[in-house]
Design a protein around this ligand. Structure first.
Ligand SMILES: Cc1cc2nc3c(=O)[nH]c(=O)nc-3n(C[C@H](O)[C@H](O)[C@H](O)COP(=O)(O)OP(=O)(O)OC[C@H]3O[C@@H](n4cnc5c(N)ncnc54)[C@H](O)[C@@H]3O)c2cc1C
Length: 451
């Protein structure tokens, strides 16, 4: 296939793998920046929304605002005003951290919403951009060249033969199971497998509608509130918040991964058993029992929570990894999708800085992608570590460390630090005040020169 004869950075052929949060965010960020040729390939036949909620912190709302989709998201999301951390066994409040001034402090709100709200808004934004083309039911199966031009092999459900696509830059947001990550690390470091870190944790994800909660006034008042509630216990917790205009109560858990311990690494989700779920939380208070009992039989879904050790690189040739593919995280800091969307925005910013006369210069393209890695890797690694740490603290059993934690909880964040790190003012400042795109613009020259 001939090499591209592009004359302008915005003509670069950008291929995005995956139409999850990272892929949609990346495609939209490149389109908004003015790139004219963006192709998104996705294995699934459509967006395939997971029936679950998602927290959208101010750092991602800043990016989503620039992408023109914040208003649509905010219209049905919950604007979080407080978090209540409770002892799972008794429902006793360990901490009540008020956060009514998040928008005032950081310029953007902290929202909770339905995943379909976030993904649907990003997708609608993409559909308005003539430069973005979606190819659903189409999987990346191989990368035969990483440079100078990535050469990609796809298999589509609609045609019997595999086919090849040449790109100028490949951005792979293909998730925790990322095939690109395996291909890239084999090509760059001769690694035959990436090192997964065993989190030992799994999650149930549950959504309860207002009509289901109606017989329980206390649950209805939680649904009507602007509060995120976390019930904590030894080696397990539950987090819950309202989404979809306060019509759905979203519940997600973290608990010991007993069902997956012996499963093959290819198994990531499973239909869970309701009785098993109830037994995992049998020591929790009656309010939690009522809530979990509302889940219809056969509708319990369980996820294994997976992360990887930090990768030796996110970039090889003209290929870069995005989102969970390079920094999968435990959900305890509510930053996984936020980081993936930020990655795409940072990539669009740095790639747009390639001078017109260097767009076919391999060294310039690789160094530019490396600037993205330099900007993002230390930050994302720190957040992944913090999420793991927060989980450890939330899951403490009886003893001195737990007593100390609960003493800190009682300060309700007034000291500037809360053991539940997503609600901790010092951590919020570090994450929410960070304007990743501005930083990319400001530091590009210095970082590029350092390579
Ligand atoms: C219980 C739980 C709660 C969470 N809560 C939050 C939260 O509150 N806030 C937050 O910000 N994050 C949260 N996260 C994390 C967040 O969901 C992920 O970090 C985020 O979805 C990752 O996005 P991604 O685009 O990198 O990957 P994904 O969303 O997994 O998307 C990858 C896409 O690539 C496609 N794909 C894979 N292989 C191929 C291929 N070969 N060819 C083509 N397409 C392919 C897949 O089909 C998929 O659509 C949570 C996660 C969990 C498990």
């Amino acid at each position: 296939m001939p090499h591209s004869t592009t004359a302008d950075v915005y003509d670069l052929r950008i291929v995005v793998i995956g139409a999850g949060m990272g892929g949609l965010g990346t495609a939209l960020a490149f389109a908004k920046k003015g790139f004219k040729n963006i192709n998104v390939y996705e294995t699934a036949s459509n967006l395939g929304f997971v029936g679950a909620g998602i927290q959208m912190p101010p750092n991602v709302m800043r990016v989503l605002g620039r992408l023109g989709v914040a208003a649509e998201i905010e219209a049905e999301a919950t604007n979080v005003q407080a978090t209540s951390i409770r002892q799972g066994s008794t429902n006793e409040e360990l901490a009540h951290v008020a956060m009514p001034d998040i928008r005032e402090k950081y310029g953007f709100p902290h929202l909770t919403g339905h995943r379909s709200n976030l993904a649907g808004s990003l997708y609608n934004g993409c559909l308005k951009e003539p430069s973005i083309k979606f190819h659903f039911s189409t999987s990346l199966v191989n990368i035969t060249s990483f440079s100078p031009k990535p050469t990609l092999v796809f298999k589509s459900r609609d045609q019997p033969q595999e086919f090849t696509v040449e790109a100028d830059i490949l951005l792979s947001a293909d998730g925790i199971k990322s095939p690109t990550r395996s291909l890239l690390l084999r090509a760059s470091h001769n690694l035959t497998q990436t090192e997964e870190e065993d989190t030992g944790q799994a999650a149930y994800r549950i959504m309860l509608h207002r009509s289901q909660l109606a017989p329980f006034p206390e649950l209805i008042s939680l649904l009507d509130s602007d509060t995120v509630v976390r019930w904590v216990g030894e080696r397990r917790h539950i987090i819950a918040y309202p989404v979809s205009n306060h019509n759905i109560y979203n519940i997600s858990t973290a608990h010991p991964d007993t069902n997956f311990a012996s499963a093959t690494s290819a198994t990531y989700t499973t239909k869970g058993s309701k009785s098993q779920m109830l037994s995992v939380f049998e020591t929790f208070c009656p309010l939690v029992q009522d809530m979990l009992n509302l889940v219809p039989d056969g509708e319990v879904c369980e996820w294994k929570l997976r992360i990887h050790k930090p990768l030796p690189t996110w970039v090889h040739g003209s290929v870069a990894l995005v989102g969970d593919a390079c920094h999968a995280t435990l959900p305890h800091l509510s930053q996984g999708a936020a980081m993936a969307i930020e990655d795409g925005a940072v990539l669009a910013e740095v790639v747009s800085k390639i001078p017109a006369d260097k767009i076919n210069d391999q060294e310039t393209v690789t160094k530019t992608l490396k600037v993205y890695e330099l900007l993002r890797k230390p930050h994302c690694t720190a957040l992944v570590d913090l999420a793991t740490h927060s989980g450890r603290v939330l899951h403490l059993g009886e003893g001195k460390a737990k007593e100390e934690r609960d003493k800190q909880f009682k300060e309700n964040g007034k000291s500037g630090s809360v053991p539940d790190k997503w609600a901790s003012p010092d951590v919020q400042k570090m994450i929410y005040a960070n304007d990743c795109v501005k930083e990319a613009g400001e530091r590009f020259g210095e970082l590029f020169a350092s390579l």
